[in-house]
Design a protein around this ligand. Structure first.
Ligand code: NAP
Length: 307
């Protein structure tokens, strides 16, 4: 039975892989949290691989605090760059296929057309720099690494834009949201399915290496995204469009980071759900969970998916 290690098990993406894992009963999954397997601890990781003989490692562990990274550069690089490189090295030694997750923030947003894998990278912030370095080290230490760049990730798990908006819609009568950063949201549940499709195909002998871009289909901006979220709720909160220059953040973000997904579509022969269709699915899960929270049985994020 092939063994799959999923790092960063408390994060959005790893939790979505956990949700679909029962559909992949031909694999044995190991989900490890930061406490169980801190990826920057080379010795701990090496001994885990030695003991468990992992076939596929899906590295969902990352330092994802984009603004905080500006003042915690060393920590961001330690987890997103050095640890990714070491993981690739260890995967190489144990003949484990590494699937590493990266970001649209490796691009600078100057090219105003959907970004292909080979387009120029020039991160605007420390988080993006650390993730780009992670890609480079992972590929240098293990040329068979598969990297998936994704963007604007949300899920019913963890903290993300969708959940923040839903909270603000309840707390406030009016909010401001940026309308000049253009991109494509990614429902982590859809990405989880794509990752498992890669694993399935590799298990059947197909080889995939290098970089693949993945996000949901369609293009939007944060203001439009917020409006779509509100349309799936009963909130009457007013959303005002503002420009990036009116909302100061520690980290600079690309004004355009739509990913071109033709490579992943062609190689996996898949169609990708429209972002609004996936958003509705996620909000249905969140709304159902709220009903559960309001009832006598307290819910948690895992059992939302059982409703
Ligand atoms: N979220 C986005 O919008 C976005 C966009 C583009 C790309 N990505 C990439 O997609 C991947 C998955 O992101 P996500 O949204 O699922 O992130 P997430 O929810 O922040 O999850 C990351 C997980 O990694 C864990 N972690 C942090 N440091 C670690 C360490 N040293 N060792 C092991 N685990 C560690 C975190 O634990 P703690 O929470 O306890 O720190 C967290 O559970 C990441 O590579 C991220 O860079 C994300």
């Amino acid at each position: 039975m092939p063994k799959i290690l999923v790092t960063g098990a408390n994060g959005q993406l790893a939790n979505e892989i956990k949700v679909i894992a029962p559909d992949y009963s031909e694999y044995q999954f190991f989900f490890t949290t930061k406490e169980e397997l801190p990826i920057e601890n080379t010795e701990v990781v090496r001994s885990f691989f030695h003991k468990n003989k992992i076939d596929y490692c899906i590295n969902c562990a990352a330092y994802t605090a984009v603004d905080k990274a500006e003042s915690e550069k060393e920590k961001a690089f330690s987890i997103n760059a050095d640890a990714a490189g070491n993981l690739a090295d260890i995967c190489n030694a144990y003949q484990t296929k590494l699937i590493h997750i990266s970001t649209d923030y490796v691009y600078d947003g100057s090219l105003k057309m959907p970004l292909k894998e080979e387009n120029n990278t020039q991160p605007l912030n420390v988080y993006g720099e650390s993730k780009l370095k992670g890609e480079e080290l992972a590929l240098a230490n293990n040329p068979s690494t598969l990297i998936i760049r994704t963007s604007w990730v949300y899920s019913s798990f963890g903290n993300n834009f969708v959940k923040t908006m839903m909270r603000l819609f309840k707390e406030k009568s009016e909010i401001n949201v940026i309308n000049d950063q253009i991109g494509s949201p990614t429902y982590a549940a859809d990405l989880a399915e794509v990752i498992m499709k890669f694993v399935d195909e590799m298990c059947q002998g197909k080889a995939f290496t290098g970089i693949f871009n993945y996000c949901n289909d369609g293009i939007t901006n944060w203001f439009e995204f917020a409006n779509a979220i509100r349309s799936f709720t009963d909130s009457s909160c007013v959303i005002n469009p503002i420009e990036t220059s009116q909302y100061k953040t520690a980290a600079k973000r690309p004004l355009y980071s739509v990913l071109d997904t033709s490579k992943v579509r062609n190689e996996l022969q898949i169609s990708i759900p429209l972002w609004k269709v996936s958003l509705k699915k996620c909000i249905n899960i969140l709304n159902a969970a709220r009903i559960n929270f309001d009832s006598t049985s307290p819910g948690n994020e895992r059992n939302m998916h059982n409703l």
